[in-house]
Design a protein around this ligand. Structure first.
Ligand SMILES: [Zn+2]
Length: 271
């Protein structure tokens, strides 16, 4: 987004959300596009910032002039921004708002250190993650106020790779720094592509260890992958419980009394 838009004036501006339907950004120059967790900040000349959030399945797609748009049906388009060379189309974005650049903190100031940030503040992330030792580690990793950017897929996968059950108390995780570093490695390895693999394979069905594999055999030990909703009493009210996937053999320890395979689906997808 930054490479496609920054440094050039907008020649196209089309907001398809009621509260911004009359806004026209044509003529404003995009100064930079900055990610903060699952938020995207598009900074414009004149002190304006377009704030969008992906939540579960929002996305921005970039197209060349004349190229067919393929991100979904037209009614899912929320914003179109473009210059002479590129058109950015925002699909299914649950949050689209314009704010003063000076007020960005209102939108993203609560976020913890961003795992994709080159200047990632590991000490601060560790301080936030370990502040409540009774919190379940699977829930803590999803709390964007502690660590920003890790979605459900990476939360499940990194816990598998570290051999930690999602239900373990944060205070009982032996090496939290190693866990955080592994999460950053996984996300940064996938940052340049649409596909998300944690196994190294891009082949469909081989790209994850446990995520969305409930009831199927663990790739390491053959045990059946379990899944359950992990409710988090400290999560923001808007956040629904998320499906957690894990291997009870490779990730031994605490687990909820009710568990077992659930039908596959996209529920809980949030990376
Ligand atoms: Zn296993």
């Amino acid at each position: 987004m930054h490479d496609a838009l920054a440094g050039r004036p907008l020649t196209r501006s089309d907001f398809r959300v009621p509260q911004l339907a009359t806004v026209d950004l044509v003529g404003r120059t995009v100064l930079e596009v900055v990610p903060r967790g699952k938020h995207l900040l598009t900074r414009l000349s004149g002190g304006l910032t377009l704030h969008t959030h992906f939540r579960m399945d929002g996305s921005w797609h970039l197209y060349a002039p004349g190229e067919r748009w393929t991100g979904g049906p037209q009614w899912q388009v929320r914003v179109v921004l473009g210059n002479a060379g590129r058109t950015a189309v925002g699909y299914r974005l649950p949050v689209v708002e314009l704010l003063a650049t000076a007020d960005e903190g209102d939108a993203v100031g609560h976020l913890g250190p961003d795992v994709l940030d080159d200047a990632f503040d590991e000490a601060e992330a560790l301080r936030r993650l370990t502040a409540d030792p009774d919190r379940e580690v699977g829930s803590a990793l999803l709390d964007q106020r502690l660590l920003a950017g890790l979605g459900n897929l990476y939360r499940c996968e990194v816990l598998f790779l570290r051999g930690l059950t999602p239900w373990l108390r944060v205070g009982d995780v032996a090496d939290v720094p190693a866990l955080v570093r592994a999460g950053r490695r996984l996300m940064r390895a996938n940052r340049g592509r649409v596909e998300q693999t944690t196994t190294g394979s891009l082949r469909r069905g081989e790209d994850h260890w446990v995520f969305e594999r409930a009831g199927r055999p663990c790739r390491r030990c053959g045990a059946r992958i379990a899944s359950a909703e992990q409710t988090d009493p400290l999560a923001p009210a808007a956040q629904a419980p998320r499906l957690t996937y894990w291997c009870p053999h490779c990730q031994p320890g605490g687990a909820p009394s009710v568990q077992g395979p659930r039908p596959p689906g996209r529920t809980g997808y949030g990376s």
